[in-house]
Design a protein around this ligand. Sequence first.
Ligand code: G3P
Length: 220
Amino acid sequence: MKFFLDTADLNEIREAESWGVIAGVTTNPSLYAKIGGKLADFEEHIARICSIVSGPVSAETTAMTRDEIVSDGLRLAKIAPNVVVKIPVMAEGLAATHELAKHGVAVNMTLVFSAPQAILAARAGARYISPFIGRFDDIGEDGVEQFSTILQSVHAYDYGHEVEVIAASVRSSNHVTQSALMGADIATVPFSVLKKCIEHPLTDRGLNKFLEDWKKVEQA
Ligand code: G3P
C-alpha cells in the first residue's frame, strides 16, 4: 500500500517527503481553507506542492456542471504533469471524468460511499477512486467494513485502464492497518495520522532501554 498525504500544508508535505514515505498528496477545499488559502493563490499553491512531490497531487474542482468541471480540469492539469483532478462522484462529475480521460487527464473520483458509485467512477475513466472511511464512522456505521465492500467490488473487474483505490477520510492508524490488510492500493492520511503510524509504545520502551543499557556500557 502506498501513502498519500492528505493536506495542503507545505511544511507537512516537506517533512513527510523528507522521510521518503509519501507517494503523493491529496488536497480538498476544506484542507486549503484550513491553511488560510486564498482562491486567487490556489493554482500557485498546487504548483508549489507539485514542486515538492513528484507523485500524483490531487487538486479538487468545485465546479458543478460537466463543462465547467472539464474546463477547470484541463486548466488544473496544465499546472504540472503530476496533477490529478479530483472530482466528486455525481452525474456531471462522471461525464466530466469521461471527457477528461479522453484528453489523458487523470481523475481522482471523490466522496465515494458505495460500490456502485465506485464501479461507475472506474467505468467513466477515473484513475483513482476515493471511498471515505471516517465519514461512515461519523454516522455510526462501520467505515472499515464499507470500505472493504467497495474495495473488493472495484478490484473484481478489469476496466481497461489502471484504477487504484484510495482509502480516504482516514482518521487513525487503525484505519491504516485495516486498509492495508484489505489490500487497499493507497491510503491518504493526514499528517497527524502519519506521525501516529510511526509510533508504538513498545518502540518508545525499547529506545529507553537501549539508552539506559548504553549508559551502563559507557560507565563500565
Ligand atoms: O481525503 C478525504 C478527506 O480529506 C476527508 O477527510 O476527515 O474530512 O472526513 P475527513
